[in-house]
Structure formats: structure tokens, C-alpha cells
Ligand binder design. Structure first.
Ligand code: SF4
Ligand code: SF4
Length: 180
């Protein structure tokens, strides 16, 4: 599946790599917390996007399809690493040694298990759900996925939560995608 950086090799919900996370019907929580004040009023000057009327998404409990089954990266930055290490009660260096690997371009990814399952995936879902990386929290509202209706529908074939559940407004979608 496409990656947040536009490349084609990461894992998470679908096609190639970038793992997209989900677990326990999660993204809606983030969406409701978006600060309306952060919205750029200049967006109104842009053409209406194809998703102007909103998009539906709700992670399906117990699915975990985007956390396993194919090679992919789950990128983490220093802030996310610190938060996950603290959540697990591990010193930062110990956490890095045990759970991270180089992912190219100087970035780090959570490790995979042998079958391409994210190392943080457990039987009940994501073991670090409250502090999962942004990549996981913002799926499927990634720029490359909302770039066109076709891209969105292609992703829907791999994620049963797409086109289902909560309606995200254009503002919420673009805030999650980081394109406002
Ligand atoms: S960190 Fe959690 S939500 Fe993200 S890919 Fe791994 S198991 Fe899935
Ligand atoms: S419903 Fe979609 S986002 Fe949720 S775990 Fe399944 S594939 Fe991932």
C-alpha cells in the first residue's frame, strides 16, 4: 500500500506497506478532538475536493487487517518513541533496541514479526493503542488515499471500515491528512 511519504513500500492497511492501524474503532476519537480554530480559512479559495460532503470511516473491531499480513513500515518519530516507551514502562534505549528497526532515509519503524505482523499487535488488538503512531491514528485519511475517489475506493477493498460508520467532515479529513 502507498506510504505517507508517497512511496509504494510501506505497510498498513492494504496494498504495500505502511501499516495502517486500527484496532478498536479508533480514529473517530481523534476526529472529534480536532480544533476547529486550527482550520485555515484560506481553504475556501481552493476548488471543492471530491470529498467535500465528507467520508465515512469506522475501524472494525477485531479486524487488524492493516496491522499484519504484508511487508510494511510503521514509522515513528522521537516523540512517538518516547510516548510508546513510557507507555510500556521501558527506558527509551531499551525500547529502541527491542522494537525498532531502520526504515530508510534515517527513519525508524516498529519491527515486524516473521509473518509481517506488527510487533505491537496482540490477540486483542494493538497493544499500544492509546499511544499508537500518527500513521496509525490518521489512516485512512492519508493524502494519497484521499487524493481521488478512485484511490479511496481502491483502499476500501482492503479496509472494511472505509465507507462505513462515522461521517468525517472535509475539515476533519484535511486536518487528519495534514493538508489544511
Ligand atoms: S502500532 Fe498498533 S495500530 Fe499501528 S500497525 Fe502496529 S498494531 Fe497496528
Ligand atoms: S477496519 Fe481498516 S483500519 Fe480498521 S483494522 Fe481493519 S483494515 Fe485496519
Amino acid at each position: 500500500m502507498p506510504q505517507p511519504d508517497g512511496s509504494d513500500t510501506v505497510r498498513a492497511s492494504g496494498a504495500s506497506r505502511q501499516r495502517r492501524p486500527g484496532q478498536v474503532s479508533g480514529l473517530p476519537r481523534e476526529a472529534s478532538a480536532i480544533d476547529a480554530g486550527a482550520w485555515d480559512s484560506g481553504r475556501s479559495k481552493r476548488p471543492e475536493p471530491w470529498y467535500a460532503d465528507g467520508l465515512r470511516f469506522a475501524c472494525v473491531r477485531g479486524c487488524t487487517r492493516c496491522c499484519r499480513g504484508f511487508p510494511g513500515d510503521v514509522f515513528v518519530n522521537d516523540e512517538e518513541i518516547a510516548a510508546i516507551a513510557a507507555f510500556l514502562g521501558l527506558p527509551d534505549p531499551e525500547f529502541r533496541d527491542a522494537f525498532l528497526r531502520p526504515a530508510g532515509s534515517g527513519r525508524l519503524s516498529l519491527r515486524d514479526r516473521g509473518d509481517y505482523e506488527c510487533v505491537m499487535l496482540e490477540a486483542g488488538g494493538c497493544s499500544i493503542y492509546p499511544v499508537r503512531p500518527r500513521q496509525c491514528r490518521t489512516f485512512p485519511f492519508w493524502p494519497e488515499i484521499i487524493a481521488s475517489a478512485d484511490a479511496w475506493e481502491r483502499q476500501a477493498k482492503t479496509c472494511p471500515g472505509i465507507n462505513y460508520g462515522m461521517l468525517y467532515t472535509r475539515k476533519q479529513i484535511e486536518a487528519l491528512a495534514g493538508i489544511y
